[in-house]
Design a protein around this ligand. Structure first.
Ligand SMILES: [Zn+2]
Length: 444
């Protein structure tokens, strides 16, 4: 039976102004009619007066195979498979109907695809598969189990394997160290082999590069299609080069904001967290020993020069290091947006399993809110979560249009006036199937 959503405030993502009192008819998996006072015969009518309808949201950077906080507990393969089902549901419950996973090992990719093929509810899943990492470099040293490439022949072999895996692009690391150079980078020969080999196979190159210097190097050697993180404090010259290249940039403000989880316990009682996050992940995040061990590890790895130790050190890290780092990242993202760089929302959820707070689902909502805190207006922030990533990924999504797939979100209140309304999701439609967050989150 058709569904008729009536009396919506509609932001359709196409760039058209917001309209009030709009009806949207869904038939099967498609939007078939948009207008005022549409015929109600033979349809199930859903009155959403006072609510806002927006396109299904897109998170262009999540690590679906990583269970947040998994480094601090033991997980059986059965528990991991069940966590995956919960994480897929969490994205839908939070209004995210498409996700891009930039780094996943072949066995995990097989599990994710089999789970979805089995009919498990979840967002549309795209991936860049196995990242191209130099020997003893990033990612290989951080996530054991990922291979590395040392020669043009290695690159060709990995590209062939990835074509067979039907990846949606490739990810290349251009990273010599998070806080100063410690890791080797790809040789020029490997960079050329990746660029040429990917181009021959029609695969877009996504680069991991987190400083302006690394991004400029990547632009020179790889001509990437997109960066999976923003550069830290790009100067005028870097911004000009980035704009001129047309490259997409991904926000990932949650990478730093997520570190606040241990200092701001109210985050763990956010209704969306309570609804969507598996209990063992919440328990890990609430565990005092984990909190302290994670704090020590984080300070030792990321801020080795912190003079204070213990609780005082952790509080000082929050106040004087993490907080300012989040604001610096926000400033970089705003500068990119102001300069006209195509910006896409990406949360990096699950990115490093020692971080207990980057939950699948709620972190994507937080990322959207962070775009607002960075100074983007509603329209810019939501475009970064809808039309721009849909264009980047080359998929029919990110807008609400007649004839298109019915991926849409009904939000209570008016996110045009206050972006934090995105916490109040009422209904989420994925390819015409609509449920409340409660029904998406909890398996029937
Ligand atoms: Zn990542």
């Amino acid at each position: 039976m058709d569904v008729l959503i009536v009396d919506a405030r509609l932001w359709d993502g196409t760039g058209a102004p917001v309209q009030n009192g709009v009806d949207v008819r869904i038939s099967g998996d498609r939007v078939v009619e948009i207008g005022h006072a549409l015929a109600r015969d033979g349809t199930s009518v859903i009155d959403v007066a006072g609510a806002t309808v927006i396109p299904g949201l897109i998170d262009a950077h999540v690590h679906l195979a990583m269970d947040p906080g998994a480094a601090w507990r033991t997980t059986t393969p059965e528990q991991h498979a069940e966590a995956l089902r919960r994480h897929l549901r969490a994205y839908l419950a939070c209004g995210f109907t498409t996700i891009l996973d930039p780094a996943v090992a072949p066995d995990e990719l097989a599990l994710i695809r089999a789970t979805l093929a089995d009919g498990a509810p979840g967002p549309r899943y795209l991936t860049l598969g196995t990242p191209f990492s130099p020997p003893d470099g990033y990612v290989a040293v951080v996530i054991p189990g990922f291979p590395s490439v040392a020669s043009a022949a290695d690159v060709e072999a990995q590209l062939d394997a990835m074509v067979a895996e039907r990846v949606d692009g490739v990810k290349v690391t251009v990273e010599d160290g998070i806080a100063g150079p410690v890791w080797p980078m790809h040789s020029d020969a490997v960079f050329s082999a990746i660029h040429d080999g990917a181009e021959r196979r029609g695969l877009h190159v996504y680069a991991h590069a987190m400083t302006p210097k690394e991004q400029l190097l990547a632009l020179d050697k790889l001509h990437p299609y997109a960066f999976v993180h923003p550069p830290d404090r790009p100067d005028k010259d870097a911004l000009e080069a980035i704009v001129a290249s047309g490259v997409y940039e991904t926000s990932t403000l949650s990478v730093f904001d997520g570190l606040r989880g241990g200092f701001e316990p109210q985050r763990l009682t956010d209704p969306l967290v309570l609804l969507t996050v598996p209990l063992d992940e919440v328990s890990t995040a609430l565990d005092r020993d984990v909190k302290h061990a994670f704090g020590r590890k984080m300070i030792a790895t990321a801020f080795p020069h912190m003079p204070m130790k213990g609780t005082v050190g952790r509080l000082a890290a929050h106040e004087f290091v993490v907080g300012p780092r989040v604001r610096r990242a926000e400033r970089s993202v705003r500068d990119l947006s102001d300069a006209g760089v195509p910006l896409v929302l990406g949360s990096d959820s699950g990115n490093w399993p020692i971080i207990p707070y980057l939950f699948h689902g709620p972190t994507s909502v937080r990322e959207l809110e962070l775009l607002g805190e960075a100074g983007l207006i509603f329209e810019q922030a939501l475009t970064a979560a809808t039309r721009t990533p849909a264009k980047m990924l080359g998929i029919e999504a990110g807008t609400i249009e007649v004839g298109h797939l019915a991926d849409l979100v009904v939000i209570d209140g008016d996110p045009l006036a206050d972006l934090s309304a995105v916490h109040h999701v009422r209904l989420v439609y994925r390819a015409g199937v609509g449920h409340s967050p409660e029904d998406w989150a909890i398996a029937p």
